[in-house]
Design a protein around this ligand. Structure first.
Ligand code: MEV
Length: 315
């Protein structure tokens, strides 16, 4: 019998990917149309078992070597140790509608859902920042050197201005709403690999890469001001410039560029890749909700595997 359930949304990075790994700011927002869910059940036998029926995977103590769910076994064990409940047997069943390896934070969302489920099962409270911090354990296993932006935005479940190692700041949204269409290229792209390649390229040409990171980060600060007091056309300019910078970092791909060009040709105010790049999702900013549905269809026609929408607004 399921004792408790934890849920968490996906996310997109509006501006700041890659630069955020090097200490520059980024803006991220939750995407509530996609979710991870963890069902927690007490069992007679001590130890943690994690099942992901959608992936056909199961892992438990001693066989937590599954690349895809082993890190969640260890995360659950850490949470039980934190609560002094190691003697308790727990089975956790994971489900997620968040595309994997596509820049929408599926790993961080599953970790946050799992931790929320465990908190609820044991009647414990952890703050959003404590959950974000704990979820970094599995994020490090998946991504190597994550900035922490995914965990922060998903655990807080609100748009954030994020600088690595500092407390995330909520974003103030002014009178305008900002509507985004998110399109998945269908190309899985593991974040760890792209981040490592960018790091290796930076080692070969630090001056060039650090200058680009600085400019990406300053775009995040400009975007924060636009969201506070400006409008979608200005944010669109910021997004286009950010995508140009990400291309200079070498993290776009033909599939991403094709969807971005299609979005701009069909009237998007701005478009860019979101997340690590080389695959995964792109995001496009539209003027109003009629444009949203039309552009979603155009992006499906242009080859997107799946399309989502999300709105950044003050109410
Ligand atoms: C995060 O979704 C994307 C990257 O910036 C990596 C990170 O912040 O850890 C590429």
């Amino acid at each position: 019998m399921v004792s408790a359930v934890g849920e968490a949304s996906g996310k997109i990075l509006l501006i700041g990917e890659h630069a955020v790994v090097y200490g520059h700011p980024a803006i991220a927002m939750p995407v509530r149309g996609v979710t991870a869910r963890a069902e927690v059940e007490f069992t007679r036998e001590a130890g943690v078992v994690v099942e992901a029926p959608d992936l056909g995977e199961r892992a438990g103590r001693g066989d937590g070597s599954s690349v895809r769910i082993g890190p969640f076994v260890r995360l659950a064990e850490s949470a039980l140790a934190l609560f002094g409940e190691q003697a308790q047997g727990v089975r956790i069943r994971l489900h997620s509608t968040i595309p994997i390896g596509c820049g929408m934070g599926s790993g961080a969302a599953v970790a946050v859902a799992l931790l929320r489920g465990i908190c609820s099962a044991f009647n414990r409270r952890l703050s959003a920042d404590q959950i974000a911090e704990l979820s970094m354990e599995s994020e490090r296993e998946f991504h190597g050197t994550p900035s922490g932006v995914d965990s922060a935005v998903i655990a807080r479940d609100e748009p954030v201005y994020f600088v690595k190692g500092k407390a995330p700041q909520p974003i103030t949204v002014g009178p305008c709403a900002f509507r985004f269409v998110i399109a998945d290229t269908g190309v899985e792209s593991p974040t760890i690999r792209v981040v490592q390649e960018v790091s290796a390229a930076r080692e070969r040409n630090r001056a060039k890469y650090d200058a680009i990171f600085w400019e990406v980060g300053s775009m995040a600060s400009v975007a924060r001001e636009i969201i506070r007091g400006g409008g979608p056309p200005e944010l669109g300019v910021c997004m286009n410039h950010s995508h140009a910078l990400l291309r200079q970092l070498g993290v776009s791909s033909p599939e991403l560029d094709r969807l971005i060009v299609a979005a701009l040709e069909k009237g998007a105010l701005g478009a860019k890749l979101s997340g690590a790049g080389r695959g995964g999702v792109m995001i496009a900013l539209v003027g109003d909700d009629a444009d949203e549905e039309r552009l979603a269809q155009e992006l499906r026609n242009a080859g997107a595997r799946s399309v989502f929408t999300t709105v950044l607004s003050g109410n």
